[in-house]
Structures are given as C-alpha cells and as structure tokens.
Design a protein around this ligand. Structure first.
Ligand code: NAD
Length: 487
C-alpha cells in the first residue's frame, strides 16, 4: 500500500489522519492519502504568507522567477511518465490521454515562465504639470487553489503557473478523489529550487476546502469544480472579501449543419463526449443536429460509439476507461433511467458494464421529442450524449443558448457567413469551429453564467494575479498650495 504525503512549508508529512484512495479500474483501495486538519491548512496558509513577504521570494527578480518556472517545466517533462501513471491509477483517466496531457502541462509552465518578466506596469500621461504618475503591477497575495479530480495536473497548472509568474504564493487543495498526481507533483516542485512555502499541497474534502477558502490570509481563490461547490466558495471567500475565479461545468452544444464535413464532425463529436470518458468540463454533451442529416449522422455516430474500446485505463489501446467514482456510475444509471422515462430514446449504450470497477459505456440518447429531458438540461460528468434536431439556423441558436451554462460550444458548417453569424450568436466562452476540444497555454479558457467567471490561460490570466498600485510623485520644489483643495 502506497502512502502519499502533503507538502507544507517545504516539508513532507503524513498528516494527522489518512484516508483510502480507490483504484477506479478495480474498486479496490490502493493508497493512503493524508487528510489535512484545520491546523495543517492554517500552517500552509501561514507558510505561504511568510514566503510571500520573504526577501527570497518578494525580492526575487521576475526573470529569476521565470527561470524557476522553466526548471519546474523541465522536471515535469522528465517525470511525465510517472505523473501520468499516477493520475491514471488514482482517477481512472486513460493513460493514452494522461501521457499526452502531462507532456503538454510542461508547456503551460514554460509559457508562464516566459511571461514572468513581461508583466508590465504603466506610466500615465497625467493631467497635472508637476506630477509623475505610474502604475505598479504587484502580486495579489496568497492564492488558494481548489481543483476537482479530473485533469488535476492540467487544471492546477493554469492556476500555479500564472500565480507564481506574477509573484504570488499558492496553497493548493487537491481533490479527495484521486489526489496522488498532485502529491507527487509536490515532490517534483520541491526539486525546482523555489523558496520554501511558495507552493504548498494539501488534500481532503469539503471541510478542508472550506477551511482553506475562508482563511483570512487568502487574497484570491482560484476554483475549478461544480456550480454548487462554487456557491460555497463564494460564500467562504466573502467573509474576507477575497477575489475569486471560477471555472465550472457546462452543457456545451455541438451544432452540426447539413453542409458540414460529416466525417470530421462525427469524429469531433466522439472526441467531444467520449474522450476522457466524458468527464470533461467542455464535453459537447448536447448534439444539436440539422433534421435533414440527423439519421445519417446518428447512424455514423452509433457505429463509431459501438467500436470504442472500453477497457483498463492503463492499457494504451483503451479509449474509454472507468468513471472516477462508483457514485458517478450510479448517477449515470439514474440519469438515463429518468430521461428514458421522460421520453428520451436510447440509441446506444445505457447499461452498466458487468465487470469490476466503475465502468459505464458510451451512451447516446435521442431527446428530439423531449427538450426538457434531464440528460439535456443537467450537467453530467460522463459519456452520455443527448441529441436534439433543428430545422433552421434561428432554431439552432435558440436550442444552443437554452442553458444557464456558457462554457464551450462546437460548430460544424462549411458556410463562412453562417459561421460568423453563429459565432456572434452563441453564448459561450469558447466557440470551436470545425474542431473541438483544442486548448493551448496561449488561449484564454473559461465561461459565464453557471460556468463561472474569470479566464485561465493566456496573458490575461497572469494579470489577474496582480493588483495595481497607483504611484503619485510630485516633482515641484514649491510649497504645496492651498491644502483645502483637492489637486
Ligand atoms: P466538486 O465541485 O464537487 O469539487 C471540486 C473541489 O472542491 C474538490 O477539491 C472538493 O473537495 C472541493 N470542495 C467541495 N466542497 C467544498 C467547499 N464547501 N468548500 C471548498 N471546497 C470544496 O467537483 P467534482 O465533482 O470534483 O468535479 C466535477 C466538476 O468540475 C464538474 O462540474 C465539472 O464540469 C467541473 N470542471 C470544470 C472545469 C473547467 O475548467 N471549467 C474543468 C474540470 C472540471
């Protein structure tokens, strides 16, 4: 049995208590994880605050910070196979994807390494003759990062990278469902040469998360997870008026017009809903397809879904692995039963796979006759696609926007003018046209409405970890005139 450790103030420890972590491929306990106590959380935040003001970190040049991030990126590349293996083991995410994703995670750190000394202030052309006024961009303070279990290395990179580039310090709470990759990441981070306390990793569930996000010394909470938890996060942070960035779920429309390249659209839809076993915030979980091609599109999709290799996540041939938790598998069964009872028609999948572990097959539900079916309206983190058809462009827009979420969207058409109209009309933070599920450190990522606020990735994300200080310097040697008049 492996025992993982938390990382506080540059020191590894078992924590006062431990909890079991299950292997989603078998359902068996495979490792012990430290559960951070309230005292552990406090020590981590105190360490991050000390580091924030320390000469070693606060006095470090941005260029030197960038070099440390660059070193961290190299260490991630060197250790990518081990990190991928642990993420697969603890969360069930297939090794095919963890291997590719973690190699790319290193590039996210490289991007922010390069940005560290390009976060500039400004000089203002002020409307007074005897003043120099400029803006300093200063790091915001201690950042609490809280992440869900899916893609933790990736979802934390888009927080840690820009936060450290800006000069902040971080306490990250890994998800209680599969924290192994983040606890191993701490070991790698430790070798990069950052001053102690700059980055800390703890784990535990909602209680640990609440203690961290309500800590009075936390200046900003960077959260990824579900909308219900986000409401708790906002309430927790409100006590100290800490700022928040919220990357939440979605119910993203995948819109296919009759003039689309169907082969490409079918492949992208498979990737959009069945990759990562559907456990992706940007999953294209609502297929909105033009009625004239619906039957052909569904036939092709059903054939591809039926040929998907469902299997052990550590097998490179596997395309869909287990869900992360047993609860999630039960939720899938429940959602499908409810939706079928409401009138949705099962096109493929839908029944649990008879084997150990938390497996559920790629599933397609035709909801064309029930636009309020639960599977069409509720976010569900799993390989379940709901289908609706439309006749006109206006109808496609109305269906696509009929959601409180606003994270991602996919659009398949060869018609350029229509594409531009649709891009304007779709209410989502990301529009992928004739592609899906493409990401890059250079491009901002995020949504609105129930999908949250704030953007991760790109230059703006680093600026969001800074606050502006306005500096006024009087250049006149004359005495200050009338002290009772604001000047
Ligand atoms: P979750 O909201 O249940 O948990 C996320 C994290 O919040 C966990 O670390 C959990 O321990 C912590 N937490 C729970 N209660 C808390 C509280 N009261 N205070 C502080 N922290 C608390 O999410 P999940 O089920 O682990 O993950 C799935 C969700 O994440 C889905 O809704 C999915 O769409 C979303 N997600 C979004 C993105 C994105 O980038 N937009 C990416 C991945 C996942």
């Amino acid at each position: 049995m492996q025992q993982f450790q938390q990382y506080i103030d540059g020191t590894f420890s078992d924590g006062a208590t431990q909890f079991d972590s299950l292997d989603p491929a078998t359902g068996a306990v495979w490792a012990k994880m430290p559960e951070a106590s309230a005292e552990d959380v406090n020590q981590a935040v105190e360490a991050a605050e000390r580091a924030f003001f320390s000469p070693e970190w606060a006095g470090m040049t941005p260029t030197a910070r960038g070099k440390l991030l660059s070193r961290l990126a190299d260490l991630i590349s060197e250790n990518a196979p081990r990190l991928a293996e642990l993420e697969t083991r603890d969360t069930g995410k297939i090794i095919r994807e963890t291997s590719a994703q973690i190699a790319y995670v290193a590039d996210y750190y490289r991007y922010y390494a390069g940005l560290a000394d390009k976060i500039e202030g400004a000089h203002l052309p002020i409307d007074k003759p005897d003043m120099e006024v400029w803006l300093r961009r200063e790091p915001i303070g201690v950042v609490a990062a809280v992440v869900p279990w899916n893609s933790q290395l990736f979802l934390s990179a888009v927080k840690i990278g820009p936060a450290l580039a800006a000069g902040c310090t971080v306490v990250l709470k890994a998800s209680e469902e599969g924290p192994a990759p983040m606890l191993e990441f701490a070991r790698i981070f430790d070798q990069a040469g950052f001053p102690k306390g700059v980055f800390n990793v703890i784990t535990g569930g909602p209680v640990t998360g609440a203690t961290l996000t309500s800590h009075p010394k936390v200046a900003h909470v960077a959260f990824t997870g579900g909308p219900e938890t986000a409401r708790h996060i906002v309430r927790n942070s409100a006590e100290n008026l800490a700022s928040t960035s919220l990357e939440l779920g979605g119910k993203s429309p995948f819109i296919v017009f009759e003039d689309a390249d169907l082969e490409s659209a079918v492949n992208a839809q498979v990737s959009g809903i069945f990759a990562a076993t559907g456990q992706s915030c940007v999953a294209g979980s609502r297929l909105v397809v033009q009625a004239s091609i619906k039957d052909e599109f569904l036939a092709r999709l059903k054939a591809k879904a039926g040929a998907i290799v469902v299997g052990a996540p550590d097998d490179m041939a596997t395309e869909v692995g287990p869900l992360c938790t047993l609860r999630q598998r039960d939720n899938a069964i429940d959602l499908i039963n409810r939706s079928v009872a409401q009138g949705a028609k099962l096109v493929s999948g839908g029944h649990p796979i008879d084997r150990d572990g938390f497996y559920f097959p790629p599933t397609i539900l035709d909801c064309s006759d029930v636009h309020d079916a639960d599977s069409l309206t509720n976010e569900f983190f799993g390989p379940v696609l709901s289908v609706v058809s439309f006749e006109t462009e206006a109808e496609a827009i109305a269906i696509a926007n009929n959601t409180q979420f606003g994270l991602a969207s996919g659009l398949f058409t060869q018609n350029l003018t229509r594409a531009h109209r649709m891009i304007r009309a779709i209410r989502a933070g990301i529009v992928w046209v004739n592609t899906y599920r493409a990401v890059s450190p250079i491009a901002p990522f995020g949504g609105h409405g129930l999908s949250g606020h704030g953007r991760e990735g790109g230059l703006q994300a680093a600026l969001d970890y800074t606050k502006i200080k306005s500096v006024w310097l009087r250049t006149s040697d004359d005495p200050i005139p009338d002290p009772f008049v604001m000047r």
